[in-house]
Design a protein around this ligand. Sequence first.
Ligand SMILES: *Cc1c(COP(=O)(O)O)cnc(C)c1O
Length: 374
Amino acid sequence: MIKFLDLQKINAQYANELKQTASEVIDSGWFLMGEKVNSFETKLANYIGTKNAIGVANGLDALRLILKAYIDMGVMNEGDEVIVPANTYIASVLAITDNRLKPILVEPKVSNFNIDIDLIESQITPKTKAIMIVHLYGQVCWNDKLADLAKKYNLKVIEDNAQAIGAIWNGIKTGNLGDAAGFSFYPGKNLGALGDAGAVTTNDDALAKHIRALGNYGSQKKYVNEFQGLNSRLDEIQAAFLEIKLKYIDTENQYRRQLASLYLKGIKNPNITLPFPENTKLDYAQNTEHVWHLFVIRCTDREKLQEYLIANDIQTLIHYPIPPNKQLAYKEMNHMDYPITNAIHNEVMSIPISPVMIEDEVQKIITILNEFKV
Ligand SMILES: *Cc1c(COP(=O)(O)O)cnc(C)c1O
């Protein structure tokens, strides 16, 4: 069986270092807001290139806290609108509605699954305060037009960078393109903790300070509460694990690119549509570096393809089967129709890609995919 993602194997690569650092944390008797978190935050900020990085409990909280801080700071108000891709993972939308802001869903491009930047301007109203871009599946979503729009309409750009740590646009890392970014270190993400974890990066010192306080009961000084905060902190032990794994993220992402290029060259089946890598220069800006969190193909006969792959011992997943606006959680949006988003959700399938797969496994998957007949 070729597993979709072998987390045991991924962490086994670093088992000695992970066990060593876990022992250090246990022996220290210090589990929150200590040296390990400080050290990881500094390394993450250096890696992304931002002035600040703030560890939080998970990726959803990272996004929630950014918006909550903007509301507290008077940058936006309840009821204001935030533009977000219609085909994102639901967490991006939850962060918006949790803050009583209104998500304005915009269709993606079917070619690259990212929000169609050309459709954004027509959705901007006097209530629009931010654009939440999502670097979906590890692919950069950015171009000069987006930056110009944000400037022209005075909008904040929030990056949902949960799937794209290490991705680069013209020498700038995702997480350092917009005004603030949310990261997830969910175990299956490219930089995965051994549990839940997340972070915010930003060059805005006031925002960083505010988010840090909000995640700690709205307090900067113990028992002095300036804001109505919540508890969303990064654990010392997770920060310690992440600091180790951060050292290897570029190597791992590079290996993912190598496997992706085998797929891109090898898969030749008219029934299967390949993902659209930015560096083909047909779309967006040039010089973007995809980190292949997921390798997502499309097939109009997806269920048949998935069964066929299972029969051939290959695990796949669907990211995602139901778009946010069709979820029960968002009954008020169920009537809205986003045809491109629907088509994507009906056709996408993620095939295995990970830093611990070997090329032989990728070749086997290519051969089996090329033999698929509808
Ligand atoms: C994983 C993910 C999140 C949420 O991160 P958690 O750490 O699971 O809360 C948000 N947005 C996207 C696009 C994600 O893939």
